[in-house]
Design a protein. Sequence first.
Lengths: 753, 157
Amino acid sequence: MADYGILGKEVIRKDGPQKAEGSLKYMGDLFFDGMLYGRLVLPPVPHAYLKGIDCQEAEAMPGVVKVVTAADVKGTNLHGLCSVDQPSICKDHVRYLGDFIAVVVAETAEEAEKAVPLVKADYEVLPFYLTPEEALAPGAVVIHEQCPGNIRCALSHKKGDVGEGFEQSDIILENTYTSPYIEHAFLECEAGVARPLEDGGVELWTPTQYGIRARRQLSELLGIPLEKVHVHSHPLGGGFGGKDDLILQGAICACALACGKPVKIVLNREESFLLGPKRIPAKITMKTGVDKSGKLIAQKVFVETTSGAYDAYSTAILCSMLENVCGVYKVPNFEAEGRNVVTNNAYTTAMRGFGNNQVNFAIESQMNILAEKAGISPYEIRKINAAKAGERTAYGQKISPSFYSEKALDTAESSDLWQHREEWKKGAEHPWIRRGVGMALCQQGIGIGSVIPVDASHAELVLHEDGSLTVKFGNEDMGQGCITTLCMIASESLKIPYDRIDYVCGDTDAELDSGPITASRTTYITGRAVLIAAEKLKKAMADVLGIRKEDLSFEDGKVNGYTYQQLAVMLGPDDCTQNGGASFRNPDIEIEFGLHYMTSQLAQVSAVEVDTLTGQTKVVETVTAPASGKIINKLGYEGQCEGGIVMSQGNALYEKYRTKQDGFPLTKNFQTYMLPTISEAPKITILPVEDPEEDGPFGARGIGEPTSVPGTAAIAAAIYDAVGIRFCDLPCDQETVLMAIAEKEAEREGAAD
Amino acid sequence: MKHISFVLNHEKVELDVAANERLLDVIRGRFHLTGTKEACGQGECGACTILLNGEAVHSCLMLAYQADGADIVTIEGLAKDGELDAVQQAFLEAGAIQCGYCTPGMIMSAKGLLLANPHPTADEIKEALSGNLCRCTGYVKIQQAVELAAEKGGSRS
């Protein structure tokens, strides 16, 4: 085992002190002289043509400077990640209730708010569709011209012969699993401030998960050359995928340019829920066949997703879902089909797990049920079907050598909670409290995968004359802790003390494209870029000392007897700055939509108590065994595990974004949209599988997403273990569980009569 | 308009406020003390928590004039002579901070608890912080941070 200085230790995050002091400025905290405030004018119906707009009365109100509309946006006015289909300010076709048609800009937010109802618009109201069933009905109005039949995209893939496979199967199981709209529910609502520049450009402060891409998009939609758009995209008060694409940024910039002054827009929670993208709802029909021993023979899957009003990442998520419909398992015969449907409901995008959460709930539930039918344990069925390093997935994608699904599974299985579960289950305090324990397993692609040609990252290191170091990269820190991780990697490599390292991140003026903060990619890929830059810096040090790089020795804060100050002077400014670039490898890709060579794997065991009188499920304990390579910052790693687990618990038990029949949300704020609180947080035991990633920075790869994936299936299995009822529709909330228990009781009484 | 005065982070302040002005907006908008956050505006998330006469309250649910004569401490007023309060230090050391948006409110709720109850039980911590939402941490390290703060003199005012 290598002897590490700082790696694997509990390190206080770089941005922690400012956050603890309350001194860190988020974008909504910024004030500029003469700053104006924008409030949105929202449509009254989810689907309509906008025929005309009259701003005169609103513009005559005290304090109002201008009502900004699509006519004020001088470029394409469009953005989007998979399709460029979403207007910054709605021009002529309202496709959902968040399609704001204008922004009232005034000297105060209150004055802007007062003028909003005075903006008069003429609508031709259209029929609207909140669900795929409605949008696919014959004769339905087409919501996007480029999506005939309201089908955004359809995908399919097959291998072997599923018909034959099912014939050979001894046990066949078919179920339909549903997952609802889920809010990202970051604590910081969408916000931003833009100010116009003298050269006709614009400077924007906004929380977004990829500032460099935001700049490209803004340049197009505003019709301003790229070099005149400046984006400060860090920090973020949470993101989880929901701040990956633009949302308000085009409108904020357009307002600043149209008014000639800084303009700030901050959404309130109700607006954030109404406008913001969500986790994609999915309906997954899965037919699975195994032989007597529980070995998988055939799997047929149909996945239907709700894109909602705009594409955002929804098409790519459907690809990711199909990639993951067989979980970590080898299946000789399979067929998968997917369909992504446009509706007039909220649009959908990336959320921690990128579609894997929904399909993992389906495949892992199938595995738990099939284990019982085959008379083997949930552990055994996974053990005999899990793919191994170097093998190929169900899709034929070659698996990286650093693949440890079995080891993660074995680790979870050997936990005290799993080993002593039968004993634990007997210890409930009251007869109406039933205890159960469930298990699930997952893999999660690291990096964007083969869906894009190159997934790359760049970083820069600058050694200063005072011996300190600056680590520069494009990636923003949305809480995941990449600043700390990347500074630790630099510290470990160059032996410069962590507290002598500073950072620059999330600023397009630094001109460093590190790619998006998405797909659990930053630790691995920007970490590698930092390491490569560090190796170049070491080479430069060796050259200036006239020795070979391998003869460098780092001792007592010195390099071959020279202090870092001395070395910085000897190197000179040019050689003190070194760049690194790295990209993901995805060898042996056989099909056209995105697959991953590298994944992290994770097994989870959850223990619950179900109160059969109230239907309430309490998660008492969770064990997680993540295989995501070497730990860089122990505190950050554990924080990702705990955060992901509790987020998936919300997904399993409480959370569902609901709308009324008119399309307006029923779940408008945290009173009605239930997030887990500290009272619901279980005891969490983390059992890391630290086998190194073959070419990861110090053996590390991503941990952020997989932690949130297997929770729903593990909890649903635990509820079954407690009360004998299988739930295929999320969430398993109190009312659902209580009604199911009552139904089961009624059936039993009926049978007794 | 009503003329009011109160102590804000150990200094007396005076100002005119409108009858419908929220205390949160005065703190953020007039004094630019932006450590106090708004995340729901209806007392559900706790991001706007401050200490009012030593008690943790939601500043989004209070009108500014109700603060007349009160002693208010926001997150910016917790550190003394450049040294973090024991609760702030415990949040750092325990790794209880991720995106940081809930952190000021979380710390103020914890401080309010420890001022009233220097050695809370695990359940008392849960109860005191159950009105503060966090989407990042899963709360485990927040619980540990409050326990650590209690050990390290977090109850000192």
